[in-house]
Design a protein around this ligand. Structure first.
Ligand SMILES: Nc1ncnc2c1ncn2[C@@H]1O[C@H](COP(=O)(O)OP(=O)(O)OP(=O)(O)O)[C@@H](O)[C@H]1O
Ligand SMILES: O=C(O)c1ccc[n+]([C@@H]2O[C@H](COP(=O)([O-])O)[C@@H](O)[C@H]2O)c1
Length: 194
C-alpha cells in the first residue's frame, strides 16, 4: 500500500490539516493517510499543549467518514518526544511491504534541515509538501539531498492554524466550519481552549 503520514500536534486538528491530507492523497495516489498526533513535538517542547488523549480523540472524530483516513497513536503511545526519525524507522521496519511518504505544510518543508537526523530520514521516506500562507515553498533553498525528496502537491492557500482556533475559542469567537463539527462539539463539551 502507498501510505501518507500526516504528522502534527493537532492542537486542535482543523480543516487545513484535512484538506492538505486529502489533496496529498489525490496527487500521490495514496491508498491511505494516517493522521499521527505527536506526543511532544520536537520544536514545541517548551510550549503547553493540550492533553494527548484529547488531541487523539479529536483526530479520530475528524477522520470519521473518510474511508482513506486513519489515525495512529504510534507516537502518543511512546510517551516521549516525537522525533520523526524514530517513527519512520519503526514504520518502515514494521511494514516492509508498504511505502510511506510524510505530508507537511510549507512551514515544515523549509524547517526540514533542522529535523533530527534528516539525512537518514530522507533516505527512508519522501515528503509531500503543500502551500501555506506566510511561507514560501523555495525548494532551491534547501540542500539538494532534501529537496530531491520533496514533491509538491497543489493546495489552495488556507489561512487557518491551530493557534488561531485556540485564540478564537479563548475569546468566545466562532470556529464553526474551521474544524469538523464533531471536533467543535468535543471542544465545546470539554471546555477546551476556552
Ligand atoms: N493551513 C494549513 N495549510 C497547509 N498545511 C498546514 C496548515 N495548517 C497546518 N498545516 C501542516 O500540518 C502539519 C501539522 O501542523 P500543526 O498540527 O502544527 O498545526 P498548526 O496549525 O501549524 O498548529 P499551531 O498553530 O499550533 O502551530 C504541519 O506539517 C503543518 O505545516
Ligand atoms: O523529528 C524532528 O526533528 C521534527 C521536527 C519538527 C517537526 N517534526 C514533525 O513534523 C510534524 C509536524 O510538526 P508540528 O510541530 O508542526 O505539529 C510532526 O509529526 C512532528 O513530529 C519532526
Amino acid at each position: 500500500m502507498r501510505i501518507g503520514i500526516m504528522g502534527g500536534t493537532f492542537d486542535p486538528i482543523h480543516m487545513g490539516h484535512l484538506l492538505a491530507a486529502e489533496l496529498a492523497r489525490e496527487a500521490e495516489q495514496l491508498d491511505e493517510v494516517w493522521f499521527m498526533p505527536a506526543f511532544v513535538p520536537p520544536h514545541k517542547q517548551n510550549g503547553a499543549v493540550a492533553e494527548a488523549e484529547d488531541r487523539l480523540a479529536m483526530s479520530r472524530l475528524a477522520v470519521e467518514g473518510n474511508p482513506h483516513f486513519r489515525v495512529t497513536d504510534i507516537e502518543i503511545a511512546k510517551h516521549d518526544t516525537s522525533y520523526t526519525i524514530d517513527t519512520v524507522e519503526l514504520l518502515t521496519s514494521q511494514y516492509p511491504e508498504d511505502s510511506f511518504c510524510f505530508i507537511i505544510g510549507a512551514d515544515m518543508v523549509m524547517y526540514l534541515p533542522h529535523w533530527r537526523r534528516i539525512d537518514e530520514i530522507v533516505r527512508l521516506i519522501r515528503f509531500v509538501g503543500l502551500a501555506r500562507p506566510g511561507y514560501t515553498l523555495a525548494l532551491e533553498e534547501l540542500p539538494e539531498a532534501i529537496a530531491s525528496r520533496v514533491t509538491l502537491a497543489p493546495m489552495p492557500l488556507m489561512e487557518l492554524s491551530s493557534t488561531e482556533i485556540r485564540r478564537r475559542l479563548s475569546v468566545g469567537q466562532t470556529v464553526r466550519y474551521m474544524v469538523p463539527e464533531p471536533v467543535r462539539l468535543y471542544m465545546e463539551g470539554k471546555g477546551l481552549y476556552a
